[in-house]
Write a protein that binds this ligand. Structure first.
Ligand SMILES: *[C@@H]1O[C@H](CO)[C@@H](O)[C@H](O)[C@H]1NC(C)=O
Ligand SMILES: *[C@@H]1O[C@H](CO)[C@@H](O)[C@H](O)[C@H]1NC(C)=O
Ligand SMILES: *[C@@H]1O[C@H](CO)[C@@H](O)[C@H](O)[C@H]1NC(C)=O
Ligand SMILES: *[C@@H]1O[C@H](CO)[C@@H](O)[C@H](O)[C@H]1NC(C)=O
Ligand SMILES: *[C@@H]1O[C@H](CO)[C@@H](O)[C@H](O)[C@H]1NC(C)=O
Length: 469
């Protein structure tokens, strides 16, 4: 195995690339000055190319042997070193996992920067605004309905009401630092417990236990748990022990869960934006989507992202067979170098916490704007690059939405003991400065995904600014 490259980024390389970009910019300005056709669009490609070379350097520094090969201002290939042990045999396609992965960085920036502004909890205002929201989409979130559409909305409301807040319970930028804790057995090789607990919010997965036995490895703080239905028995076990955290269900709800949920103090919500009725590929990605929709900084722990894994391990039980570790590892590395996540793992545990080679938020914003302009130009669309450019459907919410934000009215007694008042629909003036600023900049609009993983079509719901203040 190659030795991880831990060297700091050579200052000279950085200087040279900055100089190169400046000269390109100068030339672009000069030439367009003389031809009289100057538009900012001329600079988009140099901005993105500069971003790419930064990304390449970041991967070289942090990728533990991965290298980035630039194809053009948007496309890049991440390569594992020759001889990487690809023991993962894909039964379906009869191939070993490839050692190279191609990415469209422009698309990736557009996608993941958008998540910072999204609402990822399913709400009543979303179903009310979305075309056929109740009839079509609501039905997909209910098991045991006996129909594929909500022919009887009252019946569907009965199923969903417990998990359906009137409006978003959490805000973008609500937390500064969040930890997303996966289940990997590599957590037992480190003692990240205290570090994890120092975050403003901790997001965990499925049945991953939190107790004294594992405290020094995974911490004790419990805030959010993203759960997938899986075995119903499992879900009931999770629901039964979950008075300390908000549960966010990634799959479907049904009557049996509802009976349990009724007894739970803390809120239980449905995740908005799952890819319905498809493979559960990338469950970790959903945790990251959730985290980005509430947090500025997303630290990930216990995701099997470093070399040397031959099976999926879990810190609390025996390993099981999994798939595609190389593909996942490359993608997580890309995300780290796009400034989306920060990876913590045994192979990086002793490294100085130095994030200077990850692009700054300003640089990411510039690259985001450039990628957006390029995309619109290629699609032949003019203007309209504001934050609502992807809003295809608009909805309106009452001053406080319609109905309770958590549970149903008959649950008022159970939920009044919830310790979630500290976060859930916080009064506007108690929100972090960054969250308030964002809310004003967004003019009180919440953005929701319309479908699957596409973020070109959003459902946007406007909240009155005054009522919040
Ligand atoms: C690759 O992994 C397999 C299974 O773990 C192991 O038997 C083999 O020795 C490994 N090969 C190399 C070159 O590390
Ligand atoms: C719709 O569902 C509700 C609640 O289950 C039920 O009371 C009502 O009779 C149903 N309406 C029709 C038209 O089936
Ligand atoms: C839920 O937890 C309680 C107390 O720990 C236990 O007595 C009960 O059997 C559990 N219920 C289920 C359905 O697991
Ligand atoms: C569901 O909740 C909404 C909002 O509180 C309420 O208006 C509606 O009557 C409820 N529906 C049912 C079937 O309980
Ligand atoms: C996200 O929100 C910020 C305001 O906080 C806004 O400036 C930016 O344009 C938005 N970006 C997207 C992709 O929606």
């Amino acid at each position: 195995m190659t030795r991880p490259r831990l060297s700091r980024k050579p200052a000279l390389v950085r200087l040279l690339s900055v100089a190169a970009v400046f000269s390109i910019i100068l030339i672009a300005i000069q030439s367009s000055f003389f031809t009289g056709s100057w538009t900012p669009v001329n600079l988009d490609i140099p901005i993105l190319s500069h971003f790419q070379s930064n990304l390449q350097q970041c991967v070289a520094n942090r990728g533990l042997g991965l290298t980035a090969h630039i194809i053009d201002h948007c496309n890049v290939i991440l390569k594992f070193p020759q001889g990487t042990n690809s023991t993962w045999y894909n039964e379906q396609f009869k191939i070993f996992e490839p050692l190279e992965y191609k990415y469209d960085v422009c698309e990736a920036i557009l996608l993941w920067e958008q998540y910072r502004n999204m609402t990822t909890v399913l709400t009543r205002e979303y179903l009310d605004s979305r075309p056929d929201g109740w009839f079509d989409y609501a039905a997909k979130r209910i098991a045991q309905l006996g129909a594929d559409k909500c022919y009887n909305q009252t019946l569907c409301e009965e199923h969903l009401n417990l998990t359906l807040p009137a409006k978003p319970p959490f805000h973008p930028r609500q937390f500064r630092r969040c930890a997303v804790v996966g289940n990997s057995g590599d957590l037992l090789k480190t003692q990240f417990g205290e570090e994890i607990d120092s975050h403003d919010a901790v997001i965990r997965d499925n049945e991953a236990p939190v107790n004294e036995k594992y405290a020094k490895h995974v911490g004790l703080k419990r805030d959010f748990r993203l759960v997938v239905r899986g075995a119903a028995g499992n879900m009931i076990k999770i629901l039964n022990g979950s008075d300390d955290e908000v549960l966010i269900i990634k799959s479907v709800i049904h009557r049996d869960f509802n009976a349990m949920i009724k007894k739970i103090r803390n809120p239980v919500y449905l995740f908005q934006g799952i890819v319905l009725r498809r493979g559960a590929k990338g469950t970790g990605m959903k945790s990251i989507e959730l985290a980005l929709s509430m947090c500025d900084i997303v630290d990930i722990y216990g995701f099997t992202v470093d070399p040397g894994y031959t099976e999926w391990t879990r810190y609390f039980s025996t390993p099981r067979k999994g798939h595609n570790p190389l593909q996942g590892r490359a993608y997580y590395q890309l995300l780290e170098c796009l400034g989306v996540i920060r990876i913590h793992s045994p192979m990086r545990a002793k490294r100085k916490q130095d994030w200077s080679d990850v692009p700054s938020q300003e640089m990411i914003s510039n690259a985001h704007r450039a990628a957006l302009r390029l995309k619109k130009k290629q699609a032949g669309e003019e203007g309209g690059l504001g934050q609502f450019v992807n809003c295809k459907v608009w909805g309106k919410s009452g001053p406080y939405g319609t109905g309770p934000v958590s549970g149903s009215t008959d649950m008022t007694d159970t939920r009044k003991d919830s310790n979630y008042n500290r976060w859930e629909i916080m009064p506007f003036e108690s929100l972090r400065k960054e969250a308030r600023k964002h809310y004003m900049q967004m003019e009180g609009v919440s953005l929701y995904k319309m479908d699957g993983n596409k973020l070109d079509d959003l459902v946007c719901v406007k909240h009155p600014l005054k009522s919040e203040a």
